[in-house]
Design a protein around this ligand. Sequence first.
Ligand code: 5GP
Length: 193
Amino acid sequence: MSIFKERILSEGKVYPNNVLKVDSFLNHQIDPRLMEELADSFYQEFKDARVTKVMTVEASGIAPAILAAYKLDVPMLFAKKQKPSTIEKKEFLSAMVHSYTKDTDNRVIVSSKYLSPEDRVLIIDDFLANGEAAMGLVSLVEQANATVVGVGICVEKSFQEGRKRLEDHGVHVYSEARIASLDNETVTFIDGH
Ligand code: 5GP
């Protein structure tokens, strides 16, 4: 079993509504070495995909995304949840994303300056649940007529519909850990470990 999965088992806490809290190494305090190991796996998976940019959404996607971008030697672009006053309306792309954990709707935006039709974008995020965040990012890339080469996820909750939505859209999904169930406050991975 990977060190990442072992950390999920030893430190993860299951909350109501199938929310897994991994605040000690991914979502609040961040373990840089662990992020580097995840980035190595993302690099192995996507190194031949001619990625020109890694993209994520603030805030929790930034740590794994920046290290993956570093390994792939490309810039990392993160979508913002609020429009900064310094960006003019015609200069940004936006998509609506429903937050699974907060039950709120957020508009995510990026400056159109940083995505062009030549870009081949790898989307990285911390969690994949219903696929809202990832589909929002896919939409931003598509609005720029750029190409999504795939989605790399740290923790996939495979019992929710995110992977299916992305695959139905033709997007390749690679996840470091795939969780089959969080029933009885217990993490069960999809490969049975
Ligand atoms: P989705 O957009 O795929 O429905 O949910 C993914 C987003 O919601 C991630 O960016 C992540 O921040 C948050 N999220 C979804 N499920 C969980 C969870 O079980 N634990 C944590 N910590 N975040 C989650």
